[in-house]
Each structure stands twice: as structure tokens, then as C-alpha cells.
Design a protein around this ligand. Structure first.
Ligand code: FAD
Length: 478
């Protein structure tokens, strides 16, 4: 019997697990995929939003601003990449300016610090590569960029280090209510728990309906992106938005914490919550809209296109509440859910306490710090690393200068990766210009060797995404 079971290990579930692991509780985390951060958490704009977008008085507004304030020190402590770049919302005519003034007012009401409307000339001075026709901008100095999957892995890793049990490949298929407890059936077995936190992203309506009457429906809304090579990474230093419209925050241009440039997303309703396909139509839309912000993006430098799914609901707010005794929904966590995650974690503990959980603080709580890559180490630390393991001297991923030692370190973390993309999410091998064209086979070999499995059993990403079927000419007598 667990005290609390969290369903879903994206950044919401991971933040809940992190906060709960500060207490003497038995915690289970159930994730349907073979790794954490495999849903929306790995496919978004990676912005820690300042908080001027959400409607004042909503949970979204409160938790956005609080999450943004918590994010920097949390990332520093967990060694997750974070950079407070600030953001600009550009205006090109009087209608845009009206929209900026409304955003500024809304932001001040939400408690966002430092908001300022600046002239077009000032905006151009700050960002010389934006469209010179800009007439004004809303400057938000507290906006930032962050590594979203890195944050999720570090939060979940901390929870695991403090005793939470993570069950991967454990899709929840049914929940029965007992007297003061729940029995959860998963793809890997069953367990019992006193409290449940539903953090299952785009599937959260289905999980909620296993326990309570249907009262919300998730409307999956897809967003498509371009990720560009580091040659484009310096085009802008801040996050560049256009005024929001019926499609939400619209298409942005932003540097990433890894030195690339991200451009997107679109906003398109889809029926399948797993539909992360990228379409010519969607990408063309991004190209056209982004050209209003800057005509200087060289899209020939694209290294990847991807898409993420917003877990939207009819109500324009997060659904964070108990919908049955002992059952907390952390549902419809669309943007700014990444920013709000640290605050959502705290909110979930509060809601569980309202439901009767009486957690007792533990004194021995420790945070998991993600490893520092060999290339980012000080000269002294590099010598130490090489003394510890010569394989820090062997570069595997040439684009990102990731060594075999870095990969081995990633494999020793509290949540070891089981796939090639899992390795990429932890130490960036395969995330450079060639997208794993050169290092993919080496990472494949290392995973096979270290996990003691056959090459044919190694997956690219999700369970079943095998790359090899057998040896060439095997069985034909050669
Ligand atoms: C295009 C786009 C851009 C965005 N940009 C930003 C941004 O810049 N800044 C920001 O703050 N926010 C942004 N967001 C929002 C942010 O990404 C999300 O709010 C956040 O990632 C949600 O995390 P989550 O953990 O709730 O969901 P997810 O990351 O989707 O995690 C849910 C998890 O539940 C698991 N699961 C589902 N069903 C089951 C089941 N039956 N059993 C077990 N496990 C299950 C899934 O596998 C998944 O791992 C953006 C979102 C999108 C789509």
C-alpha cells in the first residue's frame, strides 16, 4: 500500500514527486513509456514565461508567476540549464500596441516584475536582427529559457534518490475504489494506494474518468517547430513573441539553452493525443508567421522539426483539484505548465493535505544534481574525470563533443536511460548538427554493452522502436 501514487512522469508528475519526496511517504510513480519526460515535456518552446499572458485570478496566473520565481534557484541546485534572457513582444501597428498595453497591465496585475513598454528603436537596439518595422515592444526581463526534459529528469531523479519508486512501461489501465484506498491496474501489474495524483497530460481526462464522473475533456492541440543549428543560435538573445491571438502565444523565435534557435509553434486541434507528426502545411505556417518578427532566419540551417501536444481543455485554466476523495487532478496543464511546474508541485502537496494526508518532513532529503559534461568541466575536474575513467578522453558525439565517459555517467544516474534518445536527453549525444548520424551507432553499442542486451534489443526511443532486426547474412551459412 503506497501513500501516494502519481500517474504520469512528465514535468508535472516529476515536480509532484520531488515535493512529496521531502516527506516520509511511500510514493509510486507510474509512467506508460520506457522513460520519463516522453510526453509534452520533451516537445515545447522551453520558455520560463514571465506571466503576463494568463488571466488574472486564475490558477495559471498565480502558479506561472510563482513557478517563474522558483525556477532559477531550482535549476541551479539541480544543475539544469537555465538562462534568464528576458523576452520581447513586438508591435508593428497601433492594434499591436493596444494589445501590448493590455498585456502589460495584465502582467502587473499578476505580479510580474519589471515589465516595460519600450520604443521600436530601443527594441532594435536590443535585438538588431528583428524586423526593422517594429514600432514598440513589451519587455519582460524575468522571462527565461530552460532545459525542460533536463528539469523533469532531475526532479524525478531526486524523488527516486529519496525513495520514490518509479515504474516505467506501466500504463494505467483501470482504477478501482476500495474503502479509503485505490487499486490501480497497470500494464506491469497492480498496486494499492491511499492517494492518487493524476498527472497524465493529454490523457488526464481518461484517467480522471476511471475514478470520477466526466467533467472535462482534453482537446489535443498540436504545435510544430523548427530547430536550427547553432550557426543561427545568436540571431536573437531574447525570446521574441508577436502579440497573442486566438492561437495563443503565437509563433516565437528564441535561443535555446544549448545554443540553437527554436522557431514555432503552430496551433492545430487534432484528435489523437499522441499525434506528433510534422506537416508541410504546419511548417510553412511557421515560416510565414515568423518572417514578421525577423526576415533573417536561415531555415536551410534546420537540424530538426518536431511537434508537441498541448493538453487543452474547454476551461482556460489548469484543472488542479480533488475530483473524488483522495484523487487529485493535475490536468489540462498546457502552457505555461513547464514554468509553473515547481509551483504546481507545491500546490499538489497542499491539495493532498486538504484531502487528509498528514506528511512528516524528512531530515535526510537530498537533491540530485545532473552531471556536468566533460567539455563544461574545469581543467582540474577534467583531470580528475580522466583519472577516474579514461573514456572521458574518447569523444563519441563530435557535433556536441560528448565523450564516452559522459554517456557512462548518464547511464549511472538514478533513472538510467534505456534508449538512444534517452541517452540524448541526458547528455546531448546525438542532438547536434548531424542528429546522431555519426554517433548513433556508437551510442547503440554502448547501450547494448552496458545494459547487457543484444544490439537488436536496443530502441531508438519508445518501447518497440528497434533499429536492427538481426545480423546481415546470419543463418545463410556465410
Ligand atoms: C507546443 C507547446 C509549447 C509549449 N511551450 C511552453 C513553454 O514555452 N513554456 C511553458 O511553461 N510551457 C510550455 N508548454 C506547456 C508544457 O510543455 C506543458 O504544460 C508541460 O510539459 C506538461 O507536463 P505534464 O507532465 O503535465 O504532461 P506530459 O509531459 O505530457 O506528461 C504526462 C505523462 O503521463 C504519461 N501518461 C499518459 N497516460 C498515462 C497512463 N495511462 N499511465 C501512465 N502514464 C501515462 C505520459 O506518457 C507522459 O509522460 C508548451 C506545450 C506545447 C505543446
Amino acid at each position: 500500500m503506497y501513500d501516494v501514487t502519481i500517474i504520469g512522469c512528465g514535468v508535472t508528475g516529476a515536480a509532484a514527486a520531488y515535493e512529496l519526496s521531502k516527506f516520509r511517504l511511500s510514493i509510486a510513480v507510474l509512467e506508460k513509456e520506457n522513460d520519463v519526460a516522453c510526453g509534452t515535456t520533451k516537445a515545447n518552446s522551453a520558455i520560463a514565461h514571465a506571466g503576463y499572458d494568463p488571466k488574472p485570478g486564475t490558477k495559471m496566473a498565480r502558479l506561472n508567476v510563482l513557478g517563474s520565481e522558483m525556477m532559477e534557484s531550482l535549476c541551479r541546485r539541480l544543475n539544469v540549464e537555465y538562462e534568464r534572457t528576458g523576452s520581447l513582444v513586438l508591435a508593428f501597428d497601433e492594434e499591436d500596441m493596444r494589445s501590448l498595453r493590455a498585456l502589460c497591465e495584465r502582467g502587473r496585475e499578476n505580479g510580474v516584475r519589471g515589465l516595460e513598454i519600450i520604443s521600436g528603436a530601443k527594441a532594435l537596439e536590443m535585438e538588431p536582427n528583428i524586423n526593422p518595422e517594429v514600432v514598440g515592444a513589451l519587455y519582460a526581463p524575468t522571462a527565461a529559457i530552460v532545459n525542460p526534459w533536463g528539469l523533469c529528469i532531475a526532479l524525478a531523479g531526486t524523488a527516486v534518490m529519496n525513495g520514490a519508486e518509479l515504474f516505467l512501461n506501466s500504463e494505467v489501465r483501470g482504477i478501482e475504489r476500495g474503502d479509503g484506498y485505490f487499486r490501480i491496474k497497470t500494464a506491469s501489474g497492480a498496486l494499492e494506494t491511499r492517494y492518487i495524483v493524476n498527472a497524465s497530460g493529454a490523457h488526464s481526462d481518461k484517467i480522471s474518468e476511471m475514478v470520477a464522473k466526466p467533467f472535462f475533456k482534453i482537446i489535443p492541440v498540436k504545435g510544430e517547430y523548427f530547430l536550427l543549428d547553432k550557426s543561427q543560435g545568436g540571431l536573437v538573445r531574447r525570446v521574441i513573441f508577436q502579440p497573442p491571438n486566438e492561437d495563443g502565444k503565437g509563433v516565437l523565435i528564441a535561443p535555446t539553452v544549448h545554443g540553437n534557435l527554436i522557431v514555432g509553434p503552430t496551433s492545430e486541434r487534432v484528435t489523437d493525443p499522441e499525434d506528433c507528426s510534422v506537416t508541410a502545411r504546419g511548417l510553412e505556417k511557421v515560416l510565414n508567421i515568423s518572417s514578421r518578427s525577423s526576415g533573417k532566419i536561415d531555415f536551410r540551417e534546420t537540424i530538426r522539426n518536431f511537434a508537441g501536444i498541448r493538453a487543452s481543455a474547454e476551461i482556460d485554466d489548469f484543472i488542479l483539484e480533488a475530483s473524488a476523495p483522495g484523487f487529485i487532478n493535475a490536468a489540462a496543464i498546457k502552457s505555461p505548465g513547464l514554468t509553473a511546474a515547481p509551483a504546481i508541485g507545491l500546490e499538489i502537496v497542499r491539495l493532498l493535505e486538504e484531502e487528509g494526508l498528514r506528511p512528516e518532513k524528512r531530515e535526510d532529503f537530498r537533491e540530485y544534481r545532473s552531471g556536468t559534461l566533460f567539455k563544461d568541466m574545469t581543467p582540474g575536474d577534467r583531470s580528475e574525470a580522466l583519472k577516474r575513467d579514461k573514456r572521458f578522453g574518447r569523444v563519441v558525439c563530435r557535433c556536441e563533443t560528448i565523450t564516452e565517459g559522459d554517456i557512462l555517467d548518464a547511464l549511472k544516474g538514478p533513472i538510467p536511460p534505456v534508449s538512444i534518445d534517452g541517452v540524448k536527453r541526458r547528455c546531448r549525444a546525438g542532438s547536434g548538427r548531424c542528429q546522431g548520424g555519426f554517433c548513433g551507432p556508437r551510442v547503440h553499442e554502448i547501450l547494448s554493452r552496458e545494459r547487457g542486451i543484444r544490439m537488436e534489443e536496443v530502441c531508438q526511443d519508445k518501447a518497440g522502436s528497434f533499429l536492427l532486426t538481426g545480423r546481415t547474412k546470419e543463418g545463410c551459412g556465410l
